[in-house]
Design a protein around this ligand. Structure first.
Ligand code: 8YV
Length: 328
């Protein structure tokens, strides 16, 4: 029996990171990456002092019900809608996430998805693969929408939203945004961004990009009513969270060409994708990969490990969410 503290690593991580953890902890790892059922997760958490998890692990009162010794759950993710933070605080469990290290990578991806969507890149590739190149014509190619000198509307103007705005400036785009609260003047200036209501944003943007966190209030921020306000030439990109968009309403709107196209990295009920979306050619689909570069995923794992170590060493984790739990 080891007398090292026992931790859980609920999803597969880089082998070097796992080896480093094994120097300090007795590690229950899950390198097969088979997602735990809620009952399995509850059992796993009952015997550890810390856990590294991802968005696939829901940490709520039920998951914590047997976890008497648990001090910290470190999310390998900046979004933490998989955490019931009040329930974690009530159980005295520190909650941490991985901000900053993924900002630029995720903003790059948001822009890449926007470009692929507006310029119909995946559809064009399918054209080639389907042997349609001989149908090339001035007027009959997959004709797209311009990004340069168009208006981008960003809903959710945190670190990643601001990163996308700065990239848009390089394309000569006009930036409008909507956020829970208006940015400080200095931050608005850095992005040349104009604050507008959600409705004005939807009416005026050529490209709408969603980067807001998922909360109950943000559920279906974009549904049929909101899509009806958008230009018929507009694109919609969701790199935020499944549930921010009503995927069924979006599929109907894309089918009837109420809007031009959509790019989706996140889905309601993922990894399941609404079958209506799968039938459409004017949607670009990605499997939740906005942060997925090797460098960034390693940085996310490293930050999660730092958070875990700090919490178990009695120090304040660098990205503690429920800060009230750290008493100096
Ligand atoms: C993660 C993400 O890959 O950080 C986030 O909020 O959505 C992604 O970077 C995903 O959540 C895995 O946990």
């Amino acid at each position: 029996m080891s007398n090292k503290p026992k931790i859980l690593v609920a999803r597969a991580i880089f082998p070097e990171a796992l080896a480093k953890l094994q120097e300090s902890f007795e590690v229950r790892s899950n390198q097969t990456d088979q997602i735990f059922t809620p009952a399995e997760l509850q059992k796993e958490l009952s015997s550890v002092v810390g856990a590294l998890v991802a968005g696939s692990e829901r940490i709520d009162a039920s998951a914590l019900s047997g976890a008497q010794g648990l001090k910290v759950v470190a999310n390998i993710s900046v979004g933490y809608n998989n955490f019931d933070v009040p329930a974690m605080s009530a159980a005295g469990v520190m909650a941490t996430n991985t901000p900053d290290v993924l900002t630029d990578t995720t903003a790059d991806f948001g822009f890449a998805l926007l470009m692929a969507t507006a310029r119909r890149i995946t559809e064009s590739e399918h054209w080639i693969r389907a042997g349609k190149w001989d149908q090339w014509s001035i007027v009959n190619n997959p004709l797209g929408m311009d990004l340069h000198h168009s208006t981008i509307g960003i809903i959710g103007m945190g670190r990643i939203g601001q990163g996308i705005a700065k990239r848009a400036l390089g394309f000569g785009m006009k930036v409008i945004y909507h956020n829970r609260s208006r940015l400080a003047e200095v931050d608005e200036k850095a992005c040349s961004a104009t604050y507008v209501s959600k409705e004005d944003l939807l009416r005026n943007a050529d490209h709408v990009v969603l980067v807001l966190p998922y909360t109950t209030e943000n559920h279906h921020t974009i549904g049929a009513k909101e899509i009806a306000l958008m230009k018929s030439t507009a694109t919609l990109v969701n790199i935020a969270r499944g549930g921010i968009v009503d995927d069924f309403a979006l599929a109907q709107a894309l089918k009837t060409r109420k809007i031009f196209a959509a790019g989706l990295d996140v889905f309601e009920g993922e990894p399941t994708v609404n079958p209506e979306l799968l039938k459409l050619s004017n949607v670009v689909l990605a499997p939740h990969i906005a942060s997925a570069t090797e460098k960034t995923r390693r940085a996310m794992v490293d930050l999660a490990i730092k958070n875990l170590h700090a919490a178990l060493d009695g120090k304040k984790p660098p990205s503690l969410i429920n800060a009230e739990l750290f008493k100096v």
